[in-house]
Design a protein around this ligand. Structure first.
Ligand SMILES: O=C(O)C(=O)/C=C/C=C/O
Length: 495
């Protein structure tokens, strides 16, 4: 939603951040809106092609400055200072994240901001333990050659992040990018500009040289996103968001043959067997279906429950959904937030209507909660559970990205696996069972990047993270980011 500077309150003005300093642009700023109330809380400068070019040039210059001469140990020390810098301003980061997303304080303070800092620690550790491959190679003349791998930074990385976990996903990409010696131009979502802007200040305070970390704000087409992904001096593009946008970015990356690292959409399934710990399965599936108002790429929108416990499971999940408390995000007892924008709420409500029109059994929800002002101006929907829809319903095949899920019964393990795999997506799954052999068997059969057993969203940041099929390209986490964030050269020396 573009508004002129005169209309927007002066309360907060967010600018770009290039070569270590705030930079303004000539386009009319766009509004930053609080999703909990629908109220404008500030405005944000929108980058044009010139601003993006300035940022890419600053990043390229920084590659060849002091940053390019730091040792791994010196970069690791800076990464740890960045983690400490976020923690030192914890309350500011939490307040900014809550204001931009409307998510409950309890969620931002326990997940978003702690993980936003921890991502820097895990890659600082990575640098301390990095190894490379080497071979003593016999040569035809009876001698020996030494072959070894030499990793160099990929260069200037474009980082494009979504609005659901703004700081968490931003530093999940920026931390390895910087750890491995690159420089970055980042574009946070137009919906959530604030914590990335605070991060820029933390970069300055931590002694990151100007130009290593640059922030441009704006939208996708005809705005910062397009200019950044099409810029010829960008050496790689990492993106988390919808598959459709990923496809467009991949087309831009093809010019100049730039590599991409994608974590994209999903339509994740949970498979619940009758021998599971039902309390754990209900608690875990309540989180995976409704956490962050269902706005988590790893979230569950399809649940398959073994028939003997189907009715009990549905009743228990209904009870858990109805216990979620929407409200002022900063109130201690609020456990459920709004959707990120009016447009996204309209999208989610269109699926609520479609499910109703297709004759779904609405176990709970299906509409909009009535909340007192000022929350009545926000973009709220009810947590919703359906049963009874056919497998080919759009509600079961398309990513909704809201607080809603469909539960269907199954009788046989192979039937559940086939249902879970019947999707163009393959990001994550959660499997609930007390049978150890079955846990391993089913985790090996479901075509995803991440399989959780008797848990969900439990993360060791050293593990491979990413999606299969149309849910992504590449893996993030631990050593897995090396493939995207570095070039690997083989050096062969005749001894
Ligand atoms: O936990 C992570 O590292 C991560 O990337 C989460 C992504 C969630 C996306 O919605």
């Amino acid at each position: 939603m573009n508004i002129t500077a005169a209309q927007a309150p002066a309360s907060s003005v967010i600018t770009h951040y290039i070569a270590g300093r705030p930079v303004t642009s000539s386009r009319p700023p766009f509004a930053n809106v609080d999703p909990a109330t629908g109220q404008v809380v500030g405005h944000v400068h929108e980058a044009d092609a010139g601003i993006v070019d300035m940022a890419v040039r600053a990043a390229r210059d920084a590659l060849h400055g002091p940053w390019g001469r730091l040792t791994d140990g010196e970069r690791a020390a800076i990464l740890r200072r960045l983690a400490d810098g976020i923690r030192a301003r914890f309350d500011e980061f939490v307040a900014a994240e809550v204001r931009d997303t409307g998510k409950p304080y309890s969620l931002a303070s326990h997940l978003d901001i702690p993980r936003g800092a921890a991502n820097f620690d895990v890659f600082a550790d990575q640098l301390a333990h990095g190894a490379t491959e080497a071979f003593r190679s016999p040569t035809p003349d009876g001698g020996i050659a030494l072959n070894y791998g030499l990793r160099t930074p990929r260069g200037v990385i474009a980082v494009i992040c979504p609005w659901n976990l703004p700081l968490l996903l931003m530093t999940w990409k920026v931390a390895p990018a910087l750890a491995f010696g690159n420089t970055v131009v980042v574009k946070p979502s137009e919906e959530t500009p604030s914590t990335t802007t605070l991060l820029a200040e933390v970069m300055n305070d931590a002694g990151v040289p100007p130009g290593v970390f640059n922030v441009v704000h704006g939208f996708g087409p005809d705005s910062a996103g397009q200019y950044l992904t099409e810029h010829p001096d960008v050496n790689g593009i990492t993106f988390t968001g919808e598959t459709r946008t990923g496809t467009a970015i991949m087309k831009a990356a093809a010019v100049g043959v730039r590599p991409v690292s994608f974590e994209l959409g999903g339509k994740n399934a949970a498979v619940v067997f009758a021998d599971c710990d039902l309390d754990a399965a209900i608690a875990g599936t309540t989180r995976s279906a409704f956490l962050n108002s269902g706005q988590v790429c790893l979230g569950t929108e399809r649940i398959y429950v073994e028939r003997p416990i189907f009715d009990t499971f549905v009743a228990r999940l209904k009870q858990a959904a109805e216990a979620l408390r929407p409200g002022d995000p900063n109130a201690g007892d609020t456990t459920f937030g709004p959707l990120i924008s009016k447009a996204h709420r309209d999208k989610v409500l269109s699926y609520y209507a479609r499910a109703r029109n297709e004759g779904a059994s609405i176990v709970t929800g299906g509409g909009v909660p009535s909340l007192p002002a000022p929350l009545s101006g926000g973009w709220w929907v009810e947590p919703t559970i359906w049963t009874g829809l056919p497998a080919d319903s759009a509600v079961l095949t398309e990513e909704i990205f809201g607080p809603c899920c469909h539960i269907a019964p199954f009788d046989r393990e192979d039937e559940a696996i086939a249902a879970a795999n019947d999707s163009p997506y393959g990001l994550a799954t959660s499997i609930w069972t007390g049978d150890l052999s079955r846990a391993h068997r089913v985790a090996a059969a479901i075509e995803v990047g991440v399989a959780w057993v008797n848990c969900w969203f439990l993360r060791d940041l050293r593990t491979a993270f990413g999606g299969a099929k149309q849910s992504g390209i590449g893996r993030e986490g631990g050593v897995h980011g090396l493939e995207f964030y570095t070039e690997l050269r083989n050096v062969c020396i005749k001894l």
